[in-house]
Design a protein around this ligand. Structure first.
Ligand SMILES: Cc1cc2nc3c(=O)[nH]c(=O)nc-3n(C[C@H](O)[C@H](O)[C@H](O)COP(=O)(O)O)c2cc1C
Ligand SMILES: Nc1ncnc2c1ncn2[C@@H]1O[C@H](COP(=O)(O)OP(=O)(O)O)[C@@H](O)[C@H]1O
Length: 312
């Protein structure tokens, strides 16, 4: 997949079928739109493309982070690439796009820049000045100018409208066990292993710590059954998300104890995949009490892992 990070970089591209949307989380509704785009492009002998913004439009309008993302742009790109897309237009949402007349948006971006012949978008897609362009605007202009528009109806699973907002809420409520159903993959956080207090190993539970980025959606403090992916291998693990109140005052982080594992991971990249929240983080009266609780947590997590072995 070829990724274009600015409009200026887009040059010499072939005609396209474009999926339009923000696609944060690349959930099952998004996947359906993108897969349909890829199929149509193949059938028509065109290139498939995804047009998305690298920053959330609502954040530019508010002047600060009001919408936290589920995925980093690189993560989003990597998931979209696996769906078979040829081009990704990952463009910064700036003043000029914010204030662009919807007709100019169609003419100058979609047609002149992206060479769009067909588009797929959700029923609630908005674009251009004050988000005044809608799926209907695209329909009308498509009839006039000869491009095709396919509008995806609301996509529901178990009566829930699958949306990025819905998935953000699941994560923020600790309902990580629901993410697979709606996103088609486990919710995960990746990062570089940083040095902690080096206390974990003294209580028998060494942990690999990664920092939490508070500009992203994060799960609530608590203990989770997880997988830890390192070097392409997926290890059963248990993870504490939190501030370690028993030990002191710390920033929120993610620390994972990997079962049957004793390698040094400082400076290495790991990814923690969340299966199930098992309890809230607590302040214990002593490190011994905490250690006893972690022993119990590990028994629970190991039996969970045994139960689901081979499922994911
Ligand atoms: C499964 C698990 C559960 C934990 N639960 C708590 C908790 O409820 N309260 C708390 O203060 N710390 C909790 N911790 C964090 C420990 O305090 C922490 O792992 C220990 O202090 C070692 O920290 P270090 O990696 O910075 O050395 C938990 C850690 C693990 C692995
Ligand atoms: N089973 C394990 N799970 C996670 N990390 C482990 C494990 N065994 C060894 N390690 C390593 O030990 C380090 C953690 O030890 P710990 O005493 O908790 O120190 P820190 O406070 O720096 O996390 C991790 O960075 C990792 O490299």
């Amino acid at each position: 997949m070829k990724i274009f990070n600015t409009l200026e970089e887009i040059d010499n591209i072939e005609e396209t079928v474009v999926a339009l949307g923000n696609f944060d989380g690349v959930h099952k509704g998004h996947q359906q739109i993108i897969l349909r785009t890829v199929k149509s492009a193949e059938a028509a002998g065109l290139k498939s493309a995804v047009f998305t913004f690298s920053n959330h439009p609502k954040n530019l309008m508010a002047g600060k982070t009001v919408v936290k993302n589920i995925l980093y742009p690189e993560e989003k790109a990597s998931i979209i690439e696996k769906l078979g897309v040829d081009y990704m237009f990952n463009i910064p949402f700036d003043e000029s796009i914010l204030t662009m007349d919807p007709i100019d948006f169609i003419e100058h971006l979609l047609l002149e820049k992206f060479h769009m012949r067909q588009a797929y978008c959700g029923f609630n897609y908005h674009f251009g000045y004050k988000a005044s362009g809608t799926a209907e605007t695209l329909m009308k202009e498509g009839m006039k100018r000869g491009f095709g528009i396919h509008i995806q109806e609301p996509f529901e699973i178990d009566g829930n409208l699958v949306s990025s907002t819905f998935i953000r809420k699941l994560i923020q409520n600790g309902q990580v066990d629901q993410c697979m159903k709606y996103m088609g993959r486990l919710y995960s956080i990746g990062g570089e292993v940083v040095v902690g207090n080096k206390l974990g190993r003294t209580i028998g539970f060494p942990t690999s710590n990664i920092m939490i980025d508070e500009t992203m959606v994060t799960p609530p403090n608590g203990v989770y059954v997880t997988y830890c992916v390192y070097n392409g291998v997926r290890y059963p693990s248990i993870t504490n998300v939190g501030v370690k109140p028993t030990i002191g005052t710390y920033h929120k982080n993610v620390e994972t104890h990997i079962f049957n594992f004793d390698k040094e991971l400082y400076g290495k990249m790991i990814r923690v995949e969340f299966l199930q929240k098992t309890r809230d983080e607590q302040k214990f009266e002593s490190v011994e009490a905490l250690s006893r609780q972690i022993t119990d947590d590990c028994i629970t997590a190991r039996s969970f892992h045994r139960r689901i072995a081979g499922t994911y």
